[in-house]
Design a protein around this ligand. Structure first.
Ligand code: PLP
Length: 417
């Protein structure tokens, strides 16, 4: 079978209408119009399977975990730790000890900067970022720079939003101790050659942190294959609840790192003279965790695994090609996202209308897109814009969503001409 027919077969089996019915948000009308949701890159909608698991936990299973000897506490502990194992298998980590539950990707990066960074980085050590990082993968390193006199360098992109691998390689000197780079750009959709990026960094002895926020909802990621030292993502972009995210880190790194916060759950014993820390992964999870969040994330992983990433990627890739084809017919539209390898995120501007106006006019027809700098101002500066309009695709989007968007963009032109 050719690859093309294989892809088509997968798409034919993909019942997007049935999938949409699993998302209660689509049952309502917005201003009397069907909801066209094209902002999943900011946060994805939640399927009933996830909502039900969370509701059941709060309704009939609720208690604090990791402490109680009684029935409910043990059920909760089991479910929370089962969710950790689901995450481990989902990203093919070696051990559940390598999965730290945090509040989100932002907290995960801050944890690495505050714990690993403070201990292992010193004056003159270099951290390589890329031009298209989210602010969450810039600011924690700047804060550390101000404290420890480390040096930040920036791997460039070209004007089509491609990551420039050879330019990146030139930055890799023996001073580089960490590379912190996104897997898929949230502002542009560019898929970076992350495996090559990691291999090249390891050759000079640097560790690598990968920002996987936009990758995990779109494609299968495999820690043992990639070899990343740190990999971070948020549940809420993966069809799970807000307030929970994942730091993956290799076990030997976590063992060598000091705790990030002190308090309950992360201790083995406490006296006023001395505290002995708990084992992994609890050493990094101070305080009562977001129990239902972790359980909800586990349900979201079950949900996407059940559909399958072959199908999800094929569906989203097909829709991306459809979008790029249709959107170019809109007069005066400047495509910012033009990388050779892209996932379903498309940034653009229009000659006649400011992105904010585009977003406002589309909203009147129930179409939700993102407008602004997408928490990535340095990459906006590179393209010499202060903001863009951005659509992002998810497993529940359809060609009809794109047709409605394109119709809305023609309307923007009519209003502003
Ligand atoms: C959303 C996002 C973040 C930040 O995630 P939070 O859930 O807000 O902590 C970081 N990086 C990328 C690429 C993102 O898309």
């Amino acid at each position: 079978m050719t690859t093309q027919t294989a892809t088509l077969d997968r798409l034919n089996a993909y019942d997007v209408e049935a999938i949409r019915k699993e998302f209660p948000i689509f049952e309502q009308k917005i201003y009397g119009k069907p909801l066209t949701f094209l902002d999943s890159g900011a946060s994805a909608q939640k399927p009933r399977q996830v909502l039900d698991v969370m509701q059941t936990y709060y309704t009939t299973e609720y208690a604090n975990i990791h402490r109680g000897v009684y029935y409910l506490s043990q059920v909760g502990t089991q479910k929370y730790e089962d969710a950790r194992v689901k995450v481990q298998k989902f990203i093919n980590a070696k051990s559940p000890n390598e999965i730290i539950f945090v509040r989100g990707a932002t907290e995960a990066i801050n944890l690495v900067a505050a714990s690993w960074g403070r201990k292992f980085l010193g004056a003159g050590d270099e951290v390589v970022l890329s031009r298209m990082e989210h602010h969450s993968n810039i600011v924690p390193w700047q804060m550390l720079r101000d404290e420890k006199d480390i040096v930040l360098t920036v791997a460039p992109i070209d004007d089509k939003a491609n990551f420039l691998f050879e330019e990146y390689e030139k930055l890799l000197t023996e001073n580089v101790k960490l590379v912190a780079i996104t897997h898929i750009s949230n502002a542009l959709g560019t898929i970076t050659p992350i495996k090559k990026i990691i291999e090249a960094a390891h050759k000079v002895g640097a560790k690598v942190l990968v920002d996987g926020c936009q990758a995990v909802p779109h494609m299968r990621v495999d820690m043992q294959d990639l070899g990343a030292d740190f990999y971070v993502f948020s549940s809420h972009k993966l069809y799970g609840p807000t307030g929970v995210g994942v730091l993956y880190a290799k076990e030997d790194l976590l063992n060598a790192m000091p705790p990030y916060q002190g308090g309950g759950d992360m201790i083995r014993s406490v006296t006023f003279e001395k505290t002995v820390y708990n084992d992994l992964p609890h050493k990094f999870e101070a305080g009562t965790p977001h129990i239902v969040g972790g359980i909800g994330l586990g349900a979201a992983i079950d949900y996407v695994e059940n559909i399958g990433f072959d199908q999800i990627s094929a569906h989203e890739d097909h829709l991306l090609a459809y979008t790029l084809d249709k959107i170019q017919a809109v007069k005066g539209l400047r495509l910012i996202s033009r990388a050779d390898t892209m996932a379903g995120i498309v940034s653009f501007t229009m000659d006649l209308a400011h992105p904010h106006d585009i977003g406002t006019i589309l909203d009147q027809d129930g179409i939700a897109i993102r407008t602004g700098h997408h928490c990535a101002q340095p990459v906006m500066d590179f393209f010499d814009v202060s903001s863009t309009a951005r659509l992002s695709l998810a497993l529940y989007n359809t060609e009809l969503d794109i047709d409605r968007l394109v119709e809305g963009l023609h309307k923007v032109n009519r209003i502003f001409s």
